[in-house]
Design a protein around this ligand. Structure first.
Ligand code: FRU
Length: 505
């Protein structure tokens, strides 16, 4: 007979074992959970927001990102780290820069200091230098640096941090790049509450001199965050370039295009219209890669989420994902520069077998595709053939639930609507933010759509990248069908469908 004591101990051990087991299950993930993106980057577990320190070095694309190592909500900001050989397949690495002494590691940049301007090199090893905002909650934001002598795996914070502190509470998100004509580093920073981008210069990444300010201008409805300045080609003109200034203003993004002379940015676009890198709800804090190989087009990655509901999205054990890498160029449309974004061509290597769906002329009817999936790329052209026509494509369809992208040729408005996608009761804000629109003219009588759908992410590229819409949606498990619909007469053509491979297998 076992004594009461033994019985008690056995029960304790059993409970302990159960606890340890559930803990280890919670710790490991196979990237197969419901809603888990299969060809977009997301962290193994816990919270992520902005991409940070995007830089290319020695054959690897680095992706650092805002991360909470302890929980699946925002907090304890730390730089987590992943690398990729092709910008598509990612390898998760140990945490790079940790929160310490009550100072969180907010967003910033990474550079490869090839000429050892910082003096951090040792034994001929070129330093990678991270420039980030040190955040003391409700008190101060200052700029700090850390360096790595092992290609970004381990990091040492500079002993004389901060390198720039102007005693402000909202002064953040440094973007740093080498200005080859001036032979100095340029840093952009946000005076977030004042809606200003500040420009600074430095010869050694340690001492910074103020150059100029840009703003307030354009959209000032939310705080300004994460400035990014990069020189981009003009479409169809290989010799000429323009400077693209992208920024986030909570909770969307805007851009300006013009010139930068090493000191001041001059915007050439009209400021009566707002130009956005993305017209959907879920693209934020995008920044571009530093020091890409010469032949590589400038490329940006953004965070797929929205501060209005970011902490409440129903994804476990992670929250937040990164967009597909987008190449950047500009094109003049009616006196203004329009940003053209295309997915990096490396993405095409993920396409499985091409399924061609025959052209279809629909009059007040719908057609359901033979292909069924929640992980695909779909291309099609929409040509409305009558006045007052609404032509739509629906994905994640089942019964009366679907995500719809529709074009109205009367209003010339392209809209995307996630109000009927299934689940949205995890957040009142998310429920309200469901329809997004933009006026887009037909080109040769048609609208071209390229839709990437990845379980809970839809990235929609319109007319060869002239506008992009990014959405999160959380459909029911068996919402797999795709259909096209028209109220009047529409011709749907060039329909191509590929299931996409999984990047984590
Ligand atoms: C943008 C942002 C940045 C800040 C970081 C904190 O999403 O608010 O301004 O550095 O996130 O996690």
């Amino acid at each position: 007979m076992i004594s009461k004591y033994e019985h008690f101990m056995k029960s304790i051990i059993f409970v302990l074992l159960l606890f340890i087991k559930s803990f280890t299950i919670a710790q490991s993930t196979s990237y197969t959970e419901q809603f888990r993106p299969q060809f977009h980057f997301s962290p193994e577990k816990n919270w992520c927001n902005d991409p940070n320190g995007l830089v290319y070095n020695n054959g690897l694309y680095h992706l650092f990102y805002q991360h909470n190592p302890f929980e699946n909500v925002w907090g304890h900001m730390t730089w987590a780290h992943a690398t990729s050989k092709d910008l598509i397949h990612w390898k998760n690495l140990p945490i790079a820069i940790k929160e310490e002494n009550g100072i969180m590691i907010f967003s910033g940049t990474c550079v490869v200091d090839e000429n050892n301007t910082s003096g951090f090199a040792k034994n001929g090893k070129i330093p990678m230098v991270a420039i980030y905002t040190g955040h003391i909650e409700n008190v101060n934001q200052s700029q700090n640096i850390a360096y790595s002598l092992d290609d970004g795996v381990t990091w040492t914070k500079y002993s004389n941090n901060p390198v720039l502190d102007i005693q402000k509470k909202d002064f953040r998100d440094p973007k740093v790049f080498w200005d080859n004509s001036k032979k100095y580093w340029v840093m952009l920073l946000m005076l977030s509450a004042e809606h200003k981008v500040q420009f600074y210069a430095s010869y050694n990444l340690k001492e910074w001199k103020h150059l100029s300010d840009f703003g307030p201008v354009g959209d000032t409805s939310g705080v300004w965050e994460c400035p990014d300045l990069v020189q981009v080609p003009i479409e169809g003109n290989t010799n000429k370039k323009k400077w693209l200034l992208q920024m986030s203003q909570n909770a969307t993004m805007q851009y300006f295009v013009g010139e930068f002379d090493g000191q001041t940015f001059t915007n050439e676009n009209s400021t009566t219209d707002i130009y956005r890198p993305d017209y959907g709800p879920d693209y934020y804090a995008a920044i571009s890669y530093n020091q890409l190989p010469k032949q590589h087009l400038p490329t940006a990655i953004g965070w797929i989420n929205n501060w209005n509901y970011a902490n409440n999205i129903p994804t476990i054990p992670w929250k937040g994902a990164m967009s597909l890498p987008r190449t950047l160029s500009v094109k003049k449309v009616n006196e203004n520069w329009v940003l053209i974004q295309k997915t990096d061509p490396a993405i095409n290597s993920l396409r499985k077998k091409l399924v061609t769906i025959p052209d279809a002329s629909l009059t007040n009817s719908k057609k359901i595709f033979p292909a069924k999936s929640t992980q695909f790329e779909l291309q099609l052209s929409i040509t409305p053939l009558e006045k007052n026509t609404v032509s739509a494509v629906r994905i994640a369809v089942n019964d009366n639930t679907y995500f719809e992208i529709a074009y109205n040729n009367e209003t010339q408005i392209l809209s995307a609507d996630r109000s009927k996608t299934g689940s949205d009761d995890f957040s009142e804000q998310f429920k309200k933010m469901n329809i997004y629109e933009k006026k887009i003219a037909l080109v040769d009588n048609k609208i071209d759509l390229q839709i990437y759908f990845d379980n809970s992410i839809a990235e929609i590229f319109v007319n060869n990248g002239e506008a992009v819409f990014t959405f999160q949606l959380f459909p029911k498990k068996n919402n797999l069908a795709i259909e096209i619909v028209s109220n009047n007469k529409t011709f749907f053509s060039n329909i191509k469908f590929w299931e996409m491979k999984n990047i984590w297998k």
